[in-house]
Ligand binder design. Structure first.
Ligand code: UDP
Length: 450
């Protein structure tokens, strides 16, 4: 491609994804992109949610002994998992990095997830340039930086009674959209956000999986708030062909079923790799989808329902939705969203899912669960205006109504129209001279010159 720098193959980039699906995918997409530009690639991976090296034969892999035990990861407390992972991996990562430096493999830099704050510190101590990859939105990173101000102003701990108030320091967020709304441990949250921001400030650059057309204001503000360079190079999945990065095996038969469905008729419902609901919400979801009268494809992965490993559909559900609704444990989401039959996406608004839905122009029903998902949903519904949010307690009638609105009514059609524009923006930004394409050239240049 024109304007691309050629890289000596001896120039190696080390990448370390945080071991969760929503963090592994963008890091491997970035690896593929950098490899296509000529860099040699080494991936560090933990034993917890380890990546299968045989699926990526062009890369070197280094396994980090994380010393975690299943009971540390049994509960939904992601923040304490981040802390355990950082604490346990720091030493082994230090030793591995020292070894690879001793081997003189032409290491140019480390790219590690923003939440690997201790690994960034190790790289600094060993004199290796490190870049952070923020796998969430630019707006969510601004939320991290603003956290101390919000805390000092009394927003935290977040109060249910203030949940609908606007956060004047961080528009368009309301209190309920802020990170930490779902009873996160405030001490852990404050510690992690402080360390993350510190890591970003001390890095040699911040890579964000977003693009200018959807977050130009937030990206501009990040440029003012950080003195290190910022590279908005998303949507990363658009730069790569299908990667084998799924931790669960995707059931491709869902694509055969989609082939039998009319264009734009199917609602795809999936809540990512971590979110879980209680059994009551599961029942409401099942009957809401069934009663909507709309064809649907629903992902219910092991662990989706709190307290049960395997979900059993309620009595009468299969008969009610026969031929019209399908349930799978895991699907190839990018291909599902790109399928002509899919006309709507009920999502938890993980950032990858949000970007993937935008890239394929699929309007959304938003039901965020935790972390940055509420903020992402806020942008979908109130900034880009391409989704309907399901607020308050999940209830089957409101679900069926939202599905009908999105799939069959004027409100949904207007959102579909606006989504088409965002999809165009997403494909334009990766073309030569598009904003993300240019940012990648700058990133490569930056890596080679640092
Ligand atoms: N995904 C998938 N198949 C599924 C459900 C999800 O491949 O059945 C992928 C999806 O494409 C996305 C990732 O899993 O890339 C989930 O990341 P996201 O940030 O949306 O949510 P998280 O899992 O981190 O909450």
């Amino acid at each position: 491609m024109s304007g691309e720098l050629r890289v000596p193959m001896s120039c190696r980039i080390l990448l370390f994804p945080l071991p969760y699906q929503g963090h592994i995918n963008p890091m491997l997409e970035l690896a593929s992109l950098l490899h296509s530009r000529g860099f040699a690639i080494t991936i560090f991976h933990t034993q917890f949610n380890s990546i299968d090296p045989t699926k990526h034969p062009s890369y070197d892999f280094i396994s980090i002994v994380d010393g975690t035990t299943p009971d540390q990861f049994e509960q939904d407390d992601i923040l304490s998992q981040f802390i355990v992972l950082n604490n346990n991996c720091e030493g082994p990562f230090h030793d591995s990095l020292t070894k690879i430096l001793d081997e003189n493999k032409g290491v140019a830099c480390l790219v590690a997830d923003l939440h690997w704050y201790k690994m960034h510190a190790v790289a600094k101590r060993l004199g290796v340039a490190s870049l952070v990859l923020r796998t969430g939105s630019a707006a969510s990173l601004r939320c991290f930086i603003t956290f101390p101000v919000l805390r000092a102003k009394g927003y935290y701990p977040l109060q249910e009674s203030q949940k609908d108030e606007l956060v004047t320091e961080l528009p368009p967020y309301r209190v309920k959209d802020l990170i930490g709304m779902n009873n996160s441990n405030i001490v852990d949250l404050a510690m992690i956000l402080t360390q993350d921001v510190e890591a970003a400030k001390n890095s040699s650059g911040i890579i964000i999986n977003t693009f200018n057309a959807i977050e130009s204001d937030d990206i501009k503000k990040l440029h003012q708030e950080f003195s290190v360079p910022i590279f908005a190079i998303g949507p990363l999945h658009k730069f790569t062909s299908q990667l084998q990065s799924s931790l669960l095996p995707p059931d491709r038969s869902c694509l055969d079923w989609l082939d039998t469905q009319a264009p734009n008729s199917v609602l795809y419902a999936s809540f990512g790799s971590l979110a879980s609901m209680d059994y009551g919400e599961f029942l409401e979801t099942a009957w809401g989808l069934a009663n909507s009268g709309q064809p649907f494809l629903w992902v219910v992965r092991p662990g989706s329902i709190r307290g049960t490993e395997n979900a059993y559909m309620p009595d009468g559900f299969d008969e009610e939705v026969r031929g019209r609704g399908k349930v799978f444990a895991w699907v190839p989401q990018l291909e599902v969203l790109a399928h002509d039959a899919v006309g709507g996406f009920w999502t938890h608004n993980g950032w990858n899912s949000t970007l993937e839905g935008i890239s394929e122009g699929v309007p959304m029903i938003c039901r965020p669960y935790f972390g940055d998902q509420m903020g992402n949903a806020r942008y979908v519904t109130h900034v880009w205006k391409v989704g309907i949010e399901l607020e308050e307690k999940l209830e089957r009638r409101m679900i069926a109504k939202a599905v009908r609105s999105l799939m069959r009514e004027k409100e949904g059609n207007a959102m579909r129209e606006r989504m088409r524009e965002l999809r165009r923006n997403a494909s334009d930004c990766i073309k030569a001279n598009g904003s993300s394409y240019s940012a990648i050239n700058k990133l490569v240049d930056h890596i080679l010159s640092s």
